[in-house]
Design a protein around this ligand. Structure first.
Ligand code: AFP
Length: 339
């Protein structure tokens, strides 16, 4: 497809390849893109307007809510609830599944999203993003009280996933199971144009990304893994470099293009829950689908993220994601093996 193809053309072309497609899914993605354009515009002027800084509220993850989080969350919900393609939504900012108001028709898709990931970076001009995963409902029920099980599908059931990164430019990266494609927003045209066709992550990389201040809270295998990344490999002469900005979308996107591994291991900071920090449904699963489609791998340390049977909407898990060889090596270390 020629560079410069709009995202809408791209989605339509993919729709044409599927004879059973009704256009519902295309409509859904189109509206999500409009929401992201609105968020992007607001993020770009965050330093100018009175939308910076925390509101003082705490979200369901016990974190301080920034004003832009609320704005992004509201834009997505309000934009997506009326289109008639969704039966419910799940957001990182909302404790329960989000119902579609009665006045709007319901559809068969489920949208799970993190409206503004990396929000503690808003006020320091570091890239932040919106992450999304889309599932199809399998049952006939439309009542919200029956839909939690439908939302808690393993990641391999996603029909599409991706993210928008609001950085030096706004980029959308998405997959519908047919490769990973990146589009850059041209503000003067108001369109996302194809800029990264069929992204492939290198088999192994040179970058490791982890918050090493957690070292004291890791188990010995995790410590050994991180020590390994810091040590020059005697056989290959290879050494890694560290990059970590604390915004998953930004760290992931860099490693996707350049090769490497992002890790948020389980830690024992809170001895009652040694689960890791990141959320399975709105962070790990969508990026796991993207990385798999790009030739990489996402693991919880023992097996594929995409195979995990979710237990709850806001479930947290350990995450190892990026170049396949690096993530497989991480799994070996976590089993106690050493290189
Ligand atoms: P915020 O949205 O609260 O900034 O959290 C960002 C995030 O969920 C993810 O984007 C980062 O990779 C990770 O947390 C950073 O966590 P640490 O600050 O503990 O390193």
């Amino acid at each position: 497809m020629p560079i410069g193809t709009t995202i809408t053309q791209h989605i339509l072309n993919q729709q044409r390849e599927n004879p059973e497609a009704t256009g519902a899914f295309t409509h859904l993605l189109y509206e999500l893109i409009v929401a992201a354009k609105v968020i992007s515009k607001e993020v770009n002027k965050a330093g100018l307007a009175d939308i910076l800084g925390a509101t003082g509220d705490i979200n369901v993850q016990n974190e301080k809510v920034q004003k832009l989080d609320i704005f992004a969350n509201r834009v997505i919900i309000e934009r997506m609830q009326h289109i008639g393609q969704l039966c419910c939504m799940g957001s990182e900012e909302v404790a329960d599944l989000i119902d579609i108001p009665e006045k709007y028709p319901k559809g068969n898709y489920i949208l799970l999203f993190d409206p503004l990931d990396g929000s503690s970076n808003i006020d320091v001009n570091i890239s932040i993003g919106t992450i999304f995963g889309i599932y199809k409902k399998n049952c006939k029920e439309t009542d919200i009280s029956f839909l939690l099980n439908e939302a808690l599908q393993p990641g391999y059931e996603q029909v599409a996933a991706g993210y928008f990164i609001y950085g030096s430019s706004t980029i959308m990266v998405y997959t519908t199971g047919n490769g990973v494609h990146g589009f850059t927003l041209y503000p003067s045209v108001g369109e996302f144009l194809l800029s990264h066709e069929n992204i492939r992550i290198p088999e192994s990389g040179k970058i490791y990304s982890v918050n090493e201040s957690n070292y004291q809270y890791w188990d010995d295998n995790t410590k050994a893994l991180i020590d390994h990344f810091k040590t020059k490999n005697k056989k290959t002469g290879k050494s890694y470099t560290a990059r970590y900005v604390g915004s998953l979308v930004a760290d992931f996107h860099r490693n996707l293009l350049k090769g490497g591994i992002f890790m948020y291991p389980a830690d024992n900071k809170d001895p009652k829950k040694t689960t890791g920090k990141l959320r399975l449904m709105v962070e790990a699963n969508p990026l796991a689908m993207v990385v798999k489609q790009a030739g990489g791998y996402a693991s919880n340390g023992t097996g594929p993220i995409l195979d995990m049977q979710p237990q709850e909407l806001h479930q947290r898990i350990p995450l190892y994601i990026g170049s396949k060889e690096d993530v497989l090596m991480a799994e070996r270390f976590l089993k106690g093996e050493r290189e």
